[in-house]
Design a protein around this ligand. Structure first.
Ligand SMILES: Cc1cc2nc3c(=O)[nH]c(=O)nc-3n(C[C@H](O)[C@H](O)[C@H](O)COP(=O)(O)OP(=O)(O)OC[C@H]3O[C@@H](n4cnc5c(N)ncnc54)[C@H](O)[C@@H]3O)c2cc1C
Length: 409
């Protein structure tokens, strides 16, 4: 579609979560708004979120869980438009929600419900849509901005980050911001799985899920999280691994050696495990059991096989053959099963981007300090949260704040 010099009060670039909300909010404030999207259809990524169920927010939302240069300001933004305000706003758009363990989903548990209410709100507000249009330059002109044949007094960049480029957020927003002189903190993959350096024996545990604690070790422990760890053919995955992956991304990018240390029984000390296993091996020996049979109730049998291989214990040997030293090694490895990390997966596999436009570049309405009239929302900003609805909540929070500020005359 070719448009020559269409004029708007506000052009929103990127029809994802934050851009659609910013467009609706600013239009409802009385502005003439257009929404420009690179894909043929809007909101593609929303459909992928929460495994197709869209975990759209979290309650209670805790600002201290976010990372990036916005960390000192995120709570103030959330105080203005946090979980309650978001759910109220969506309810007004016709969306019912449900909550489970703090995770908030649409009541239908279908991501398309969230996208549909946003799409209808965009239509109802009379926002003009330009799809199939990737913007590669924003030109300040005549007190406003020229964007590929469109003139707007104000622009909201809502192009997302670089995670999941197939959804449309291919990192091109960073170039738009950089060309306007904004400082960008290096974008890196976050909420992503990791590859271990030694993959020789990873097939032994591939497919196993185990609850435990994951710690990122460089010289010290720099981050940890607890939850269900997934063992893969070439590394580790699962929510706690995702949640610490941003730290691994940055450490590796700085050339530091990184290990992931797993505690597979966080509720017991090494000594407790040692004495428990000693008791088991004594009983196992009385009943002529193998080490494999004796330890079957301690950990998943594939993890037992992996640990025993690493410490050189023949798993089919009689339980009574397990020496005190081996029991101690086994207990220590349960508490600190260490893997050297080779890399994190790339943006193709990442759910979010760590890094982005530095928060020093924006005021409290997310308006650029250097380029008045330019606003930024969502993942393009240097802020990222853990799994659980934190990243979409930032998209709604920032979309609402920038949209209402830009919409004010
Ligand atoms: C698989 C997956 C699952 C996820 N699940 C969850 C979840 O359950 N809960 C949660 O909180 N978060 C989740 N996230 C993260 C969340 O989806 C994002 O943080 C959020 O969508 C970011 O919103 P945004 O508006 O900044 O960008 P996006 O939603 O990425 O939208 C950006 C839009 O801009 C368009 N665009 C990009 N560049 C240009 C350009 N140059 N010109 C024109 N248009 C452009 C893109 O095509 C896209 O439509 C998930 C992410 C992924 C990949």
């Amino acid at each position: 579609m070719t448009v020559s010099h269409a004029k708007y009060d506000i052009a929103v670039i990127g029809a994802g979560a934050s851009g659609m909300l910013a467009a609706v909010v600013s239009s409802r404030a009385g502005a003439r708004v257009c929404l420009i999207e690179a894909n043929p259809r809007v909101g593609r990524k929303i459909l992928e979120t929460g495994n197709g169920r869209c975990n759209l927010s979290h309650t209670p939302i805790d600002g201290s869980e976010y990372r990036g240069s916005g960390v000192g300001r995120i709570t103030a933004f959330l105080d203005r438009f946090g979980t309650d305000e978001t759910l109220r706003y969506f309810r007004g758009l016709g969306l019912l929600t449900r909550e489970r363990d703090g995770y908030i989903y649409p009541y239908s548990e279908t991501a398309s419900s969230v996208l549909d209410v946003l799409r209808y709100a965009v239509e109802d507000a009379g926002i003009e849509m330009y799809t199939d249009r990737r913007i590669d330059r924003i030109e300040p002109a005549n007190g406003g901005f020229d964007i590929g044949g469109i003139h707007a007094d104000k622009v909201i960049i809502s192009t997302g980050g670089a995670a999941d480029p197939a959804s449309g957020s291919d990192g091109s927003g960073y170039k738009l911001a950089r060309d306007l002189g904004l400082k960008i903190v290096r974008p890196l993959p976050a909420l992503v799985k990791v590859r271990t350096r030694d993959q020789k024996d990873m097939s032994v545990t591939a497919g196993v899920r185990a609850k435990g604690t994951v710690s990122v070790m460089t010289t010290d422990c720099i981050a940890s999280d607890r939850g269900e760890i997934q063992f893969t053919r070439d590394g580790l995955s699962g929510i706690p691994v995702f949640n610490v992956s941003r730290y691994i991304s940055y450490a590796i990018s700085e050339g530091r050696d990184v290990k992931l240390s797993l505690d597979l029984i966080p509720d017991m000390s090494i000594t407790d495990i040692e004495s428990y296993v000693t008791g088991l091996t004594e009983a196992g020996s009385d009943h002529r059991r193998s080490i494999e049979e004796t330890l079957a109730g301690v950990l998943h049998k594939k993890i037992n096989a992996y640990i025993c291989k690493r410490i050189g214990i023949g798993i089919s040997s009689p339980a009574g053959d397990m020496t005190r030293k081996q029991i101690s090694l086994y207990a220590r490895m349960i508490k600190a099963l260490e893997y050297d990390i080779e890399s994190v997966y790339g943006f193709e596999q990442a759910q979010v981007t760590a890094g982005g436009v530095d928060f020093d570049e924006v005021d409290d309405d997310l308006q650029s300090i250097k380029v008045p009239g330019l606003y930024l929302t969502g993942e393009i900003m240097d802020i990222d949260g853990p799994c659980g609805g934190y990243n979409l909540q930032w998209a709604w929070t920032s979309g609402y704040i920038a949209g209402s500020a830009a919409g004010r005359r």
